[in-house]
Design a protein around this ligand. Structure first.
Ligand SMILES: [Ca+2]
Ligand SMILES: [Ca+2]
Length: 90
């Protein structure tokens, strides 16, 4: 009887550990709100500001359509609206 209880406890513990390791929101963290990244609040994303998010940093040059080295809200929103499938096509 004791062995059964121990096995049950072990499986509960394993289940709890697996649950704790699950990421909370795997998709929605890819493109955070613009103002979250715009740490100095000037309405533009510099490369330094974008570098905190690997996905945004990766697309920075492609999104900077006027090539001024900064992302405006409009430029950033274009990237945000991109679907992963569309990124693979282009
Ligand atoms: Ca800024
Ligand atoms: Ca720009």
């Amino acid at each position: 009887m004791k062995a059964v209880k121990t096995a049950l406890f072990a499986s509960l513990l394993a289940g709890a550990t697996a649950f704790a390791q699950m990421p909370a929101e795997p998709q929605n963290t890819k493109w955070p709100e613009f103002r979250t990244l715009d740490t100095n609040g000037d309405g533009q994303l510099s490369k330094d500001e974008a570098s905190v998010n690997p996905v945004v940093a990766q697309h920075f040059d492609a999104l900077d359509s006027d090539k001024n080295g900064m992302l405006s809200v409009a430029e950033y929103e274009k990237g945000k609206q991109k679907k992963p499938t569309e990124e693979q096509k282009s």
